[in-house]
Design a protein around this ligand. Sequence first.
Ligand SMILES: Cc1cc2nc3c(=O)[nH]c(=O)nc-3n(C[C@H](O)[C@H](O)[C@H](O)COP(=O)(O)O)c2cc1C
Length: 138
Amino acid sequence: MKVAIVYDSSTGKTKAAAEQMGEAARAAGHECSVESIHDADPAQVTKADAICVGSWCKGLFVILQRPTDEAMGFIERLGPLDGKPAAVFTTYALAVGKTLPKMAAALGARGARVTGQLKSKGPRVAEGFDSWLQTLET
Ligand SMILES: Cc1cc2nc3c(=O)[nH]c(=O)nc-3n(C[C@H](O)[C@H](O)[C@H](O)COP(=O)(O)O)c2cc1C
């Protein structure tokens, strides 16, 4: 499958996680692009067979956690996703709160079938990403 991973990263952890996830996707036999939401073209990302969107977790550490406005804005610029499989991920320090369901709901509103809500405490492949890859056809 063609997998598109896009991320919003402020200090580089989400970027590093996304790049490692891209390598894991390629190792599993997929074509995979990894781009910042600031560089990615929503129309191109919409064309992928499977989509993974990541954001760093922003809030007051134990309350009011959310994805970044930029990550949510990117999701809103995607075209109709017509049941394509999707995953969301976040990197965080303490607690993710509702960050993942907020991203999942926005992708679901574009028509994606969100089958993964994943998190990583640092610049590493999000937990469960390998299992999510296994749900995709190669
Ligand atoms: C302004 C600010 C708010 C943050 N809020 C939270 C939070 O509410 N919960 C949490 O677990 N981590 C929080 N963090 C930690 C970041 O989400 C975490 O370090 C993340 O991995 C940074 O990703 P990045 O390097 O891609 O920017 C916050 C960091 C900053 C700078």
